[in-house]
Design a protein around this ligand. Sequence first.
Ligand SMILES: C[S@@+](CC[C@H](N)C(=O)[O-])C[C@H]1O[C@@H](n2cnc3c(N)ncnc32)[C@H](O)[C@@H]1O
Length: 457
Amino acid sequence: MAAPVALDQELELRIDSLAYGGNGVARLDGFVLFVRRGLPGDLVRARVTKVKKNHAEALTVDVLEPGPVRVDAPCAHYPACGGCRFQDLAYEAQIAAKEDQVRDALQRIGGLGELPLEPIVPADSHFHYRNKLEYSFTQAPEGPAPGLHRAGRWDEVLPIEQCWLTTDLGNAIRNAVRDWAREERLTAYDQKTHEGFLRHLVVREGRNTGQALVVLVTAPGKLPDEEHFVEVLRRFPEVRSIHWAVNDRPAEVTRDLPTRLLYGEDAIEEELCGLRFRVSPNAFLQTNTSMAERLYELAAEYAQLTGGETVYDLYCGTGTIALTLARNALTVWGVEFSEEAVACAIDNAALNGIANAAFFAGDVARSLEDLQARAGDPDVVVVDPPRAGLSNRAVRHLGRLAPRRIVYVSCNPTTLAGNVKELTTEWGYTLERVRPVDMFPHTPHVEAVALLTRGEA
Ligand SMILES: C[S@@+](CC[C@H](N)C(=O)[O-])C[C@H]1O[C@@H](n2cnc3c(N)ncnc32)[C@H](O)[C@@H]1O
């Protein structure tokens, strides 16, 4: 049967629900349309943007009747800005949708019937929660402007006056750098022509320490009046660390570039779960500090440590989970791909006087046998993989290790569900608890913590 819609056709559609990723779902005589910026209950006029055999995509051009969960978005840049997707969806509806996504993935992909699903942990702040923002510069008529990518566009930047995901301090620092750049008559780098100087601005804040770090990324060239740049930023007493990084390649990156410290310490610190962590320009840290604390507390609750356990923290990043667990374990062993992150984890252990944690650089699937030979059998294994989840090989090695408890921290319910299926059907584990956590309000992202046990009553 041919699709009952054509490209560019405008249709009136009633949105039934929200699909994973954030598009509204509407049906036309059973044919499914995914409608961008359509919310459950809305009657919208939408233009068809893509037609496939079994479904089509459309973009809302007008909301004819708002549904019951539609609210006013507070940010003047919404919906043009790509930073937020759901500012106009009531928060209760956002978290209900995220909880449904975790349930649905575990039932459909994980093949699990009755689920030990606990209610989603809502975010404690709906706005101003990010501890890091990366801006790209664009050339506005008034001069260079730091901004964020336009929704759905990787080649267009929207100048930002006030972002609701960062703090007043973060907004003030960005605007001060913008004013400095205009005063100095600098130009924004153009990705197409490769001309211009200013490329990115990164602002990081230790939310529990009140310290801030700034990285200005430019094309090769001279930073004019460096002292004045530092002076502008030092007007903010929170700014403890100012870096200048140079990117001479076309790739739009802000990390691992040749970097010069212009002022202060080379890193700031953040406090999580009562421990201090170093935040250097390249260090990975969860971007919502207070919800990262909730996530780690939940992982600790699921791990049920009593002080005598050998714990592995796989995909350990800079050691945040391992170090928060070390207080209640015999030993903790972290494995992580990035050598730089492992170096940070070792520094973080020393910074907190923790002597029962060790960290190794390597691929998880390839390192587990060596780790077992060195560390002994684990009682508890925590995994916090990237969005792709655990590879088949990593699941096999984990299954052979046979820890009593696996605590799975996931940023992607789909891959969590696939891995849970394998661990329950092939390796004798039972999914005992699972709890979604909302770390990123107004975005489609959802985290979840799951506890899998083996041989326990
Ligand atoms: C979601 S982060 C978790 C970091 C840390 N647990 C935290 O909360 O800050 C995933 C980490 O896995 C690392 N990684 C990705 N693939 C890996 C692999 N195959 N082996 C080891 N580490 C890997 C990444 O470098 C990243 O630091």
